[in-house]
Write a protein of this length. Structure first.
Length: 318
């Protein structure tokens, strides 16, 4: 078992709740997970976004990028992601979904088609490419320099200067095998009326304000996580984020009655995740199993620290 489960009797049903935070590289940390998870939702780092890591933690593709070999760095990044996606496939329950938030990335005037390459990689692994949900961020992106490209055209009016602003990202939906709906208790229902705005594959959700406390530089909004978790998992199931960042996926998973596993390589963000999920604090639904592990480089090892909170609510974290 992933943890020694504690069964909590609520008014309606027996709830099992746990939160497991793993510090380490996803490529090795995923080996610690021995029981299947029912949903993986994550936003992998872009291949130039690990400069802040300590030298010994930087993957080879970042070192190549620092040597100005951008194409070789990109191929190394894709190789790294493929190895991680293979392990995601292994820990994901049959019939369930791996949802991946990603966008194209532009560097040195070159646009790298990361979503297209991820689709190819995941299909090669054995996933079925099921959907591409467009997360439209709207005018809230105007303040981000990396997303503003139409300025030259606006300033000078010369048509050949035209470049569109970037206002969206993808949420790629991959499924492992076929889902057997007869396995599930269909008494749990949600009213589609409450989700009218999300019945199509274009979701209008503003991004997280950059000045919001405990916000990762490439973090996604809680509403995006809420929709993915609501549509692709059930209460009491387990949601994994192998690139947890600030722990938004894990916070939302817990708040909607799901168990959760966070993997993050940066110790500073590990502390943010703990604050966000209220690690070790008391929980609304009853006793809570908290677990922290460290995944070593090369061969895995785990130092575990399990704590239990009683049946009170944690302090809210925003």
């Amino acid at each position: 078992m992933i943890v020694e489960y504690i069964k909590i009797k609520t008014l309606w049903y027996i709830m099992i709740m746990f939160c497991w935070i793993i510090e380490g590289d996803s490529e090795t940390a995923l080996d610690l997970i021995k029981e299947p998870v029912q949903l993986v939702f994550t936003s992998p780092p872009y291949f130039t976004m690990r400069f802040s890591l300590k030298a010994e933690d930087k993957p080879d593709f970042i070192k190549e990028w620092e040597d100005s070999d951008v194409y070789r760095a990109y191929e190394g990044y894709l190789d790294k992601m493929k190895r991680i996606f293979q392990k995601i496939y292994k820990v994901l329950e049959e019939g369930r979904v791996f949802a991946c938030n990603i966008g194209d990335y532009r560097e040195q005037g070159i646009k790298f088609p990361i979503p297209a390459d991820f689709i190819r990689i995941c299909r090669d692994i054995g996933f079925t490419y099921e959907d591409d949900i467009i997360w439209y961020k709207g005018d809230a992106m105007e303040g981000l320099k990396a997303c503003k490209r139409a300025g030259n055209f606006i300033k000078h009016g010369f048509p050949l200067y035209y470049r569109p602003d970037n206002t969206y990202e993808h949420v790629l939906i991959f499924r492992k095998g076929n889902i057997d709906y007869d396995r599930y208790n269909k008494e749990y229902k949600i009213d589609y009326v409450n989700y009218r705005d999300y019945l199509k594959d274009l979701w209008h959700i503003p991004p997280v304000p950059r000045n919001k406390p405990l916000t990762h530089p490439s973090g996604f909004p809680e509403k995006l996580v809420e929709m993915v978790v609501t549509f692709y998992s059930l209460p009491g199931e387990t949601v994994l984020d192998p690139f947890a960042g600030a722990g938004t996926t894990n916070k939302v998973a817990l708040s909607t009655g799901r168990n959760t596993i966070a993997i993050e390589i940066d110790p500073e963000w590990i502390e943010v995740i703990k604050r966000k999920v209220g690690f070790g604090q008391k929980n609304l639904v009853g006793s809570m199993e908290w677990r922290f592990s460290v995944s070593g480089q090369g061969s895995n090892y785990s130092t575990e620290n399990s704590e239990q909170g009683d049946n009170q609510s944690p302090e809210p974290v925003t």
